[in-house]
Design a protein around this ligand. Sequence first.
Ligand SMILES: Nc1ncnc2c1ncn2[C@@H]1O[C@H](COP(=O)(O)OP(=O)(O)OP(=O)(O)O)[C@@H](O)[C@H]1O
Ligand SMILES: [Mg+2]
Length: 315
Amino acid sequence: MADRPPTKPPTPGTPAAPPADPDRREGDRRTDLPAAEGRKTASVRQAIRSELEGDEPPTTPGDAPRTRGPDAPPVVQMEDVSLAFENPILEHITLAANEGETVVLVGESGTGKSTALKLILRLLVPDAGKVLIDGDDITNLSFEEALKVRQKMGMVFQGAALFDSMSVFENIAYPLREHTQMSEDEIAGRVREKLQFVDLEPDRVMDQMPAELSGGMRKRVGIARGMANNPQIMLYDEPTSGLDPLTTGTITRLIMKLQRELGVTSVVVSHDIRSAFRMASKVALLHERRISFFGTPEEMTASEDKYIQDFLGGL
Ligand SMILES: Nc1ncnc2c1ncn2[C@@H]1O[C@H](COP(=O)(O)OP(=O)(O)OP(=O)(O)O)[C@@H](O)[C@H]1O
Ligand SMILES: [Mg+2]
């Protein structure tokens, strides 16, 4: 299946008028769906439906060969997970992503979406419940065992979070140097391969510093770094926040390409409901510390639940 042609990246050195902070978070959730502001829920639903109809179906796990049998457990699973800091944050969270699926986690700011990703990465340990990766409970692993499981995952952090003092090449090479025995030649080959996958020209961008890149290019480099180790699982924390609608589309298609061509299983946190619905096999809605909805985008738009209607209409 051919991916749509990518938007031509802005010329390096003259970023296409990035915002002062391209990864800004304040008010992000209103920037990606401007037409929805002030309209009724019905028109937002219509917009979302059109978006779904105009795209390749996101609910199929893709063309990549399946590596697991039909009875295999979900690749990522949270089972009745609860976590409190000073206050309870997450309570009885249950969700699952099967091989090749993309689960998009949505919810208001501060509801614990990033925290849920950290639990999957085992940067945090739940107070109760289990997190399972490939069916294995990772809750009680030692530090070394946790590192090993983390190798199955690539993370694109909120705000792309590149190392500002390292070139694009070194940013992408970093996880390879840290976690593999690859030679310099192998690393160079892998960095080029990943840059090409995210539609960046290696020779143009490899030696650039993150500050020289536009917001969209930074996100792509963040994705190239996240996928450098060829992970089976990708976790993205707001990969499209702060981007203009066109670049948001490019990044959304890139995430879908990882799913389709590489069979990657993904958990994506997103404030952008349009982008979320395009890529999601399932949507999980966090509300008042719990998953208040888990299902397909179509099921979500069809829901008569008042909070879901408000959530879709208010974005
Ligand atoms: N390490 C921590 N110690 C104490 N409280 C924390 C910690 N990490 C997160 N929190 C709190 O947990 C809650 C959820 O935070 P989290 O960052 O997961 O929300 P979020 O849904 O990702 O929000 P946003 O959409 O703004 O990124 C917030 O109230 C936050 O202050
Ligand atoms: Mg967050």
